[in-house]
Ligand binder design. Structure first.
Ligand code: APR
Length: 179
């Protein structure tokens, strides 16, 4: 576990649908109508109410975030965000991925949510290089905490061990720098 200002930052290897937090973040697509990967897992675990709410929302631009309840999952809410499809790193992917994390934190604050879990957005189907994506993810979250130091716990939930070890390395470097 790491501490950054008032927030505990955890890196966990596992299935985000099992997290008992105020909000789990979904790596969705612009339609918000479900898909594979973590999107598929969240819709399967949460049940049809999530898709019903998503249909009413009617989509989400890349880098923005929308919120629904979490249905049958132990968490209270799902924050659906859309990361960029990685092309070559020169099509604004960095800013869009940063915005996806930052706007998810912003939406969590609007709902006064104190604990949140993020997957590694865009690093699956959307092909984002894992190390760069992890650096962007942790920077966006820590930048938000710099601005609004209210959240109690941010969990980075990684499905694979290699991604887990990568995030550990990133935070070891970042937070050691801060000491
Ligand atoms: N818990 C945590 N992480 C998970 C889970 C899970 N249950 N399932 C998959 N992951 C991880 C993947 O290993 C990957 O590292 O989530 C990360 C994001 O991968 P994707 O789910 O493929 O998401 P992304 O790359 O952002 O692509 C989004 O995929 O599922 C579709 O509808 C979605 O079109 C959208 C696209």
């Amino acid at each position: 576990m790491y501490v950054y200002k008032k927030a505990k930052l955890n890196i966990i290897q596992g299935d985000i649908t099992k997290m008992e937090v105020d909000a789990v973040v979904n790596a969705a697509n612009n339609t918000l109508l479900g898909g594979g990967g973590v999107d598929g897992a969240i819709h399967r675990a949460g049940g049809p109410t999530i898709l019903e709410q998503c249909k009413k929302i009617g989509g989400c631009p890349t880098g923005e975030a929308r919120i629904t309840t979490a249905g049958n999952m132990p968490s209270k809410y799902v924050i659906h965000t859309v990361g960029p499809v990685y092309k070559d790193g020169r099509k604004g992917e960095t800013k869009l991925l940063y915005n996806a994390y930052y706007n998810s934190m912003k939406l969590a604050k609007e709902y006064n949510l104190k604990t949140i879990a993020f997957p590694a957005i865009s690093t699956g189907v959307y092909n984002y290089p894992k190390l760069e994506a992890g650096q962007i993810a942790t920077k966006a979250v820590m930048d938000f905490i710099d601005k609004e130091d209210y959240i109690e716990e941010v969990n980075f939930v990684l499905f694979s061990e290699d991604n887990y070890l990568l995030y550990k390395k990133i935070l070891d470097e970042k937070l050691n720098e801060l000491e």
